[in-house]
Design a protein around this ligand. Structure first.
Ligand code: SF4
Length: 532
């Protein structure tokens, strides 16, 4: 096993906690040593929940290992049942407790409690958090749905006439990246389309809601990492189809509406639903188009990484130079997506490998998780967060979805603004020698007379006047550099009000180095030189 400072995913029992914490009327008894109660902080500190997760830890200590830890578990389960009176009890072990092999499922069954007990066997040394969440949700859906399973050959009853089509929304959990707000957005969209929501699960659901999942006509799977296996079981046993499109971005939201309308067998006016979206128009605006072809590196869970790559390339006009995921279960999907951009996917859960790839690629923007935010900070590259793992600032007090049309607006803002800041810094670099923009300049609204203090006047006066060095190429001094078409095209993307300055600076840079032509590389080198 390799020791690491940070990790993309926690152990699988954290995934189980995300399900229990998202729901109402569920309690989780976790056989775990004292230190494992740290997991509570993920929800109370990072997600800022105003209640503790519904988890009772056995909190055994080293000295207990010589005694009867199984009895310890039974006592904890008994008292949690009496105190919290749940409608469903989940039982399992954390990584460390797995090693003492006490069998929480068998021990809880022996207690003969009068509520359903969901025993969880989550192999902590082979699987991770998202798998743990998916497995927990799937096992719960099976346990509470098994009494309604159709017999072999039995068909679903048709929906009674006059009832609107209905769906379940599957996947949102506690500690999910913007799940709370995505849900609001998707509910709104479904309401506009005319589809009734039967159950949302696990977020906000009670065990009795889980047993009603079979009543819906189809399932909307928002987060495949969590909901795919449950949706497949529902499809097999109740003939419920599921959506495949993840509504992240303007185009994908449109495609999602089409898919929902097909599953619900209704007609809807997509153009009417899309007309209030701002993201698409903003992406066409002048100050966005000069960001075209920005080189972007994307990493996260598979769902968000694939969706981000599509939005970045199709809607923002960026160039996807790197794409990867830590979700090994969905590696095939990410590899397929990467091949569309002519690149090889990076599948790893080692953040140092991700850092290495970013360093090699030198992108202009990183879309990633909390881990990539740290990497971006070290490498001084603009960054926006698109996926878990996330930190406290990714649970904003305001409404900030990633999905639906409002989600597309949020993506535009959060991805484009770090680049604008980059541009501003670059402009400051370009203008450093300008009388209005040098380091000692006062704000322009004070007028030019206020620009220099006596101190910086003296500094400026004592600086020698730079004499441009003209390099010599092939024996003859270069006095003029010709722009290559590609470089000229890139130059034209710079806003008109600074283009002249950028052009002059680049030409001077090229002449000083004896370059008779200005390539794309020369332009970038000049930008880096003047931006120092
Ligand atoms: S042993 Fe497992 S639960 Fe305990 S701290 Fe390590 S990863 Fe977390």
């Amino acid at each position: 096993m390799k020791l690491t400072l940070w990790t993309y995913e926690g152990p699988p029992h954290i995934g189980a906690m995300r399900i229990a914490t998202a729901m109402e009327g569920v309690h989780y008894v976790l056989h775990a040593p004292q230190g494992d109660t740290y997991a509570d902080l993920l929800f109370t500190m990072i997600e800022r929940m105003n209640k503790r997760p519904p988890v009772t830890y056995t909190t055994f200590q080293a000295r207990d290992l010589g005694g009867d830890t199984a009895e310890l578990f039974k006592d904890a389960a008994r008292s949690a049942y009496a105190r919290f009176k749940p409608d469903l009890l989940m039982v399992g072990a954390s990584c460390t407790a797995e090693l003492i092999q006490d069998d929480p499922g068998g021990l809880a069954a022996a207690l003969q409690l009068s509520v359903p007990v969901l025993p969880l066997e989550l192999p902590a040394y082979q699987k991770k958090e998202n798998w743990g969440a998916a497995e927990t949700f799937y096992q719960m859906v099976r346990l509470l749905g098994k009494d309604y399973v159709l017999s072999p050959g039995e068909k679903r009853k048709p929906r009674p006439a006059g009832l609107p089509p209905s769906c379940n929304i599957l996947g949102p959990t506690a500690l999910g990246f913007r799940h709370r707000d995505d849900l609001v957005e998707i509910r709104k969209l479904l309401r506009q389309i005319g589809v009734r929501v039967n159950v949302v699960a696990p977020l906000g659901a009670k065990p009795e809601d889980i047993s009603r999942l079979h009543e819906a006509d189809f399932n909307v799977v928002l987060y495949p990492e969590v909901a795919n296996s449950a949706a497949q079981w529902l499809s097999k046993n109740f003939g419920q189809p599921s959506t495949k499109t993840i509504p992240i971005g303007f185009n994908a939201t449109r495609a999602f509406i089409e898919e929902v309308c097909t599953l619900a067998q209704i007609h809807c006016d997509i153009d009417e639903l899309t007309k209030r979206s701002r993201a698409r128009w903003y992406a066409l605006s002048v100050d966005s188009t000069y960001l075209t072809n920005k080189r972007v590196f994307i990493f996260g869970d598979a769902t968000h990484a694939i969706a981000a790559a599509k939005v970045a390339s199709q809607e923002m006009g960026f160039q996807v130079v790197g794409l990867g995921t830590y979700s090994r279960e969905l590696a095939r999907e990410v590899r397929e997506a990467a091949s569309q951009y002519g690149i090889e996917a990076l599948i790893t859960d080692d953040y140092l490998e991700v850092e290495q790839r970013i360093t090699e690629l030198q992108p202009e923007l990183i879309l990633g998780s909390q881990m990539e935010r740290h990497i971006a900070k070290r490498l001084k590259i603009p960054c926006a967060v698109i996926s878990a793992p996330i930190h406290v600032q990714d649970f904003p007090a305001r409404y900030s979805p990633q999905m639906g049309f409002e989600g597309a607006n949020v993506l535009f803002d959060t991805w484009v603004h770090p680049l604008m800041m980059g541009l501003e810094e670059h402009l400051i670099g370009m203008f450093r020698e300008d009388f209005e923009f040098h380091d000692g300049a006062a704000p322009s609204h004070l007028g030019h007379g206020h620009q220099r203090t006596p101190a910086n006047e003296a500094n400026v006066a004592s600086e020698p006047t730079p004499v441009p060095e003209v390099a010599v190429a092939n024996g003859a001094p270069v006095t003029e550099s010709v722009w290559e078409p590609e470089a000229q095209k890139e130059l034209n993307k710079i806003p008109f009000f600074v283009r002249g300055k950028a052009k002059r600076n680049t030409e001077r840079f090229a002449i000083e180095r004896g370059l008779s032509t200005i390539s794309l590389e020369t332009l970038y080198d000049a930008k880096a030189h003047f931006g120092r």
